[in-house]
Design a protein around this ligand. Structure first.
Ligand SMILES: NC(=O)c1ccc[n+]([C@@H]2O[C@H](COP(=O)([O-])OP(=O)(O)OC[C@H]3O[C@@H](n4cnc5c(N)ncnc54)[C@H](OP(=O)(O)O)[C@@H]3O)[C@@H](O)[C@H]2O)c1
Length: 280
């Protein structure tokens, strides 16, 4: 029997790569995308593609119902991948802006997860993978909304895993550092839409931040292609003993290790240096 997986955010980057990679391994991939035109592109590439906007509860319900109907009520795995980064200093984040960040990265992801869990509980097995981030483990300046959303995801995933003990459903977190994708382009668009540098005390730092977001090619050392995430997703799906956390890229290993070794104050110094491009 073909194994089935629902993936969010397959229009680009990691989701697109993982959808291709799993299909090539024989998985039946439900490759979802936020926008209808991307659904059509993915269908043209041979995927079973459905529209799923994490901000829209009706589209989450429609997609899950349709998938369960097509599979006869089962789903082996869910890869919670779709998300975006809202840049901006914490003191420049309006309530609606941070709420929008949580709507997509946290609330929509949780709602989708809770929608597929009854089928997984019935079948007594399942794999749920959250694509978190190095920035779900440590904070960096000018990424507060995104940091907070990924820290929240880490808390929900850790709690869910404890609550699913004995259910046959495994929960894993992927912790990528810098990966080649459209992430920076989309973050830049979110910055332009929601942050007003003219009225901000962080105006100068934003100039350097925009340079990083718009730089051609990798903006950070040790950037990896999305296939690096695919490898960890395959392990989380197919290993009899999936890991709880998968570190992807050297920066993830480094910062995740240092945060256990250093004092809070020393760790702050390291994180300030690592983000020196924003001048802090
Ligand atoms: N790239 C990195 O360096 C990096 C590092 C750590 C973690 N991550 C995580 O990796 C995941 C994938 O990001 P990526 O790097 O592949 O970036 P990406 O190329 O920007 O892909 C993000 C995907 O999420 C989708 N998405 C955004 N809002 C959505 C919504 N409301 N509903 C459904 N889908 C939505 C996007 O769809 P649209 O095209 O329609 O906007 C896109 O398909 C994210 O969870 C991100 O936080 C990335």
């Amino acid at each position: 029997m073909e194994k089935t997986i629902l993936i969010t955010g397959c229009s680009s980057g990691i989701g697109h790569c993982v959808a291709h990679g799993l299909q090539a391994r024989g998985w039946r991939v439900f490759a979802t995308a936020r926008l209808q035109h991307d659904v059509e592109t993915l269908s043209g590439l041979g995927f079973e593609s459905l529209q799923l906007d994490l901000n829209d509860p009706a589209s989450i319900a429609r997609a899950v119902d349709e998938i369960l109907q097509r599979t006869g009520g089962t789903l082996d795995a869910l890869f919670n991948n779709g998300a975006y980064g809202q840049p901006g200093a914490v003191e420049d984040l309006r309530r609606d802006v941070i709420r929008a960040q949580f709507e997509t990265n946290v609330f929509g992801t949780l709602e989708l997860t809770n929608r597929v869990l009854p089928a997984m509980r019935r079948q007594r097995h399942g794999r749920i993978i959250f694509n978190s981030s190095l920035l779900g483990l440590v904070a960096m300046p000018y990424r507060g909304a995104y940091n907070a959303s990924k820290f929240a995801l880490e808390g929900l995933a850790d709690t869910l895993r404890l609550e699913l003990t004995g259910s046959g459903i495994h929960v894993s977190l992927i912790e990528p550092g810098p990966i080649i994708s459209r992430f920076r382009d989309n973050a830049h668009a979110a910055y332009l839409l929601n942050i007003d540098p003219e009225t901000s005390v962080h105006r100068e730092a934003y100039v350097r931040m925009v340079q990083r977001l718009t730089k051609a090619g990798p903006a950070a050392p040790f950037t990896l292609p999305p296939e690096a995430v695919l490898d960890r997703v395959i392990h989380a799906l197919e290993s009899p003993r999936p890991k709880i956390r998968y570190y992807v890229t050297f920066p993830t290993w480094l910062f995740a290790t240092l945060r256990h070794l250093l004092s809070y104050r020393a760790m702050d110094r390291v994180l300030r240096r690592a983000s020196k491009i924003e001048g802090r």
